[in-house]
Design a protein around this ligand. Sequence first.
Ligand code: ZN
Ligand code: ZN
Length: 461
Amino acid sequence: MTIGNLNPNNEIGSSAWFVEMENNRILLDCGLHPAILGSAALPCFDLISTEKLDAIAITHCHQDHCGSIPVAMQYFPAASVLMSELSYYLLPRILHNSVNVMKKQAVEQNIPEYPLYTHEEVTILEPRFQGFRYDREIEWISFSKTCLGIESPTLEFIDAGHTLGSCGILLRSPNGESLFYTGDCCLHDQTLLRKARFDNVQADVLLLECTRGDHPNIVDHKTEMDRLGEAIIRAQKAKRSVLIPVFALGRTQEILTELALLMGNDKILPQKIYIGGLGRHFTDLYDQTASYTNRNYPKLRFGELMDLQTIEPNSLSKIRLSKPHIFVLTAGMMSENTPTHDLAIRFMQDPELSILFVGYASPDSPAGRLKAAIPGEPFFFSEFAPEIVCRCNREEFDLTGHAYRDELIDLVGKVSPKTVLLAHGSPEAKNWVKENIQRRYPDIQVLDPQPKEFITLDSTA
Ligand SMILES: [Zn+2]
Ligand SMILES: [Zn+2]
C-alpha cells in the first residue's frame, strides 16, 4: 500500500491523501486551505496527475476536506466522487458558496486566479457525486476495471460524530490490507451530535487526525458549554449583544442547541437569533435529517423552536447593537467579506459588547489575530481594519468537534494497527500523539508523513 500526503503545508488545511492498493488508486479528501488565498490553498494534485485515479472519497463537508473537489475533478475526470449520504445533501451548497466567496475575493483582494472553479462547473459535476449510508461496504474501482473482472477493494463510511455527515473511511483490499482514515472525528458526545461510532473498527494502517494533540484537556464538553451558557445569560441580563463566530456546518447547530436549551429552561427569553445564510441552510438540513442522525434531542427542530433570522448582506448595518441581540454568525475565522468580519469591527468599538469564541481559528485569520490581540493595543485585524483596538469583552470557550488527545490514544489501542500515520495537526500536536502512542503501544510504528511525501508500507508482512 502506498500513501501520499498531498497537503503542501505542515498544518491543518488542504487535507488530501492519495492511497494506492494493489494497482487501484483513491484520493481521501480534497481540501482547500481556509486561510491561504489563491492556488497555494490547493493540495498538490500535480504530484499524482499521471496516476489513473479510480475514486475520490470525502470525509465531511468542511472546506479543508472538500473545498477543492472541482479542481481534483479537472485532473481526474473519470474518478467517481463518493461520500456519506448526509454529505451528499450538503456538498453542492458548500461548493457554490466557495465560488461566491472566491468571486468576491477576486475583485476585492485582487486575486486574478479566482474563482478556481465556477458555478457552472459545480452544476455539471453534481450528478457524479454519490452518497452512501454509513456502515455499508462499497466497491470503488472504475467501471472499466470491473468489466475486466478485477476484484475491487472496498470502502465503508463510518459515523465520525464531528458534523452532520462526517465519517471515517475504512478501506479494505482483496489481499487483506486495510486502512482506516479517521477524518475529523469526535470521540465524545457534543451537545447535539453523539460521538463517533468507531468501536468495531480494526485496520492495519491508521491515518489519525491529531488536531488536539497540542491541547491538554482540562474541562469536559458539558462544563464548557454550561460556562458559555452563563456568559450568554449575563449578557442578556445586562441587555447587551453577543457575537459568536462559528462555522456554518456543525458549530452553528451545536450553539443553537445550547440556546434552545437555555430558552426551554427559561434561562433566557425566547427571541430572534441572527444567523448567516449558509448556517441557516445547514440548520434546515439538520432538521430535515434529524430522524436518522446519531444525536441527542432527536425531537428538537430548530425551525420550530426558534425564531431564526437570516442576515441578508445589506441588513446587518441596520441592526442596533444597544439591544440584547444574539448573533451566531459565519465565518468562524472572521474572513474578510463576511458578516462576522464586519460585525466584529463594530463590536470591537463598544466595551459593553461581547465576542464569544467557541472554536478553532487559524492564527493568520482575522479571528486568530483578534484572539491574540493585546487588550488596549492596536493590532492588524484585516485589510479593512489594519489598525484597530479591541475595546469589547472577549471570551474563549474550549468547545470542539474534535477528539480530545487522550481519546485519540485510546482509539489507537482499539483499532490495533501495525502502523499509525499522523494527520491534521500542528507539528507539536503530532509530536505529542507520536510520543504517547510509542509509550503506550511500543510495538506500533508511528510515521509522520511530511507534505508531498509518499510512504510505501507492506502491511501484509
Ligand atoms: Zn472538520
Ligand atoms: Zn479539518
